[in-house]
Design a binder for this molecule. Structure first.
Ligand code: UTP
Length: 292
């Protein structure tokens, strides 16, 4: 079985739910305390054994590229101030993985964005981390998916049960129980953004999928789906119907950084954990909550 070493982060969406900021700053660069969302994605991939990450962008690429690069001038200034720990940290970030960038050119949907990665991926299975979905978990979610792939040898989608009204914003999966498995099911069909009555279940794909390279031929033959976009879910649906896909109910807390509420919640969570802010922030939240 081929070892999984490549990941794709599609980050070329318009980010309309984060307007006006997303007009000038891509949502993947929005901070969770002091690290951008995209840092957490690359870190999750690296901790899962991924060595090469392709980020699909279409604008504001420069900030992301600079973030994973080193700046000699900046380092010199930090070193002169004795901030060697900070310099070390910047090197750790730059060395997490080989990070590549490719422009999508036209915003035609997530399926189209993933299709741009065909040459990068070649004939290997790979992981997709949706650019605005951050998950804090004990075991990185990519690793959780890779473990299922290594057991079953087929594509695996990361899922969570969501309230029925939210299923319509995401996707809905038709799954069958597997004897002896709690969190892994077998998926035979799925639908993107189902209308009321079209849902199979309240299981939605949230932010992480592991795909085998046969997906690229399917993507190349996709018709526009929900919202007039080339939907990755439609490509995965074909694979699920024809040869089956595994669904993993992953462990971890997910934050939708593409929404204002998700962005705020991720920052509160991390603000309460960050050594520089935890104590004072907790006190602040306590006093604030008395006024609510
Ligand atoms: P979303 O639909 O959540 O992102 O796509 P969006 O289109 O930016 O969001 P809104 O609804 O306008 O606020 C899921 C992921 O796929 C990427 C997005 O950047 C996001 O990380 N994506 C989406 C692309 O890379 N290209 C696309 O054409 C569409």
């Amino acid at each position: 079985m081929k070892k999984i070493t490549k990941a794709i982060i599609p980050a070329a969406g318009l980010g309309t739910r984060m307007l006006p900021i997303s007009h000038a700053v891509c949502k993947e660069m929005l901070p969770i305390v002091d690290l951008p969302a995209v840092y957490h994605l690359v870190e999750e991939a690296a901790k899962s054994g991924i060595t090469d990450v392709l980020i699909i962008t279409n604008r504001d690429k420069d900030a992301m590229e600079s973030f994973f690069d080193l700046s000699i001038e900046y380092e010199k200034a930090l070193t002169a101030k004795g901030k060697t720990e900070e310099v070390k940290r910047l090197h750790e970030i730059a060395d997490m993985a080989n990070v590549y960038f490719l422009r999508q050119k036209e915003t035609k949907g997530l399926g189209h964005a993933v299709g741009r990665a065909r040459k990068f991926v070649g004939d290997e299975p790979f992981v997709v981390l949706y650019g605005d979905d951050i998950v804090f978990s004990k075991t990185p979610v990519c690793r959780q998916l890779i473990d299922v792939y290594e057991k079953y040898g087929k594509s695996v989608v990361g899922v969570k049960p969501v309230p029925m009204e939210d299923v319509r914003k995401y996707s809905s999966l038709k799954v069958e129980k597997i004897e002896g498995e709690d969190s892994v099911t077998y998926c035979t069909d799925m639908i993107e953004k189902p209308k009321p009555g079209e849902e199979f279940s309240n299981l939605s794909i949230l932010g992480r999928v592991l795909l085998t390279p046969d997906i690229f031929d399917v993507i190349d033959n996709l018709e526009p789906g929900a919202g007039g976009e080339y939907q990755l879910t439609d490509a995965m649906k074909k694979v699920a119907r024809e040869s089956g896909i595994y669904a993993l109910e992953f462990e971890g807390d997910r934050y939708d950084m593409g929404s204002k509420l998700g962005f705020l919640m991720a920052n509160v969570r991390r603000g309460l954990e960050h050594p520089e802010t935890a104590d004072a922030f907790r006190e602040y939240l306590k006093s604030l909550s008395e006024t609510l």
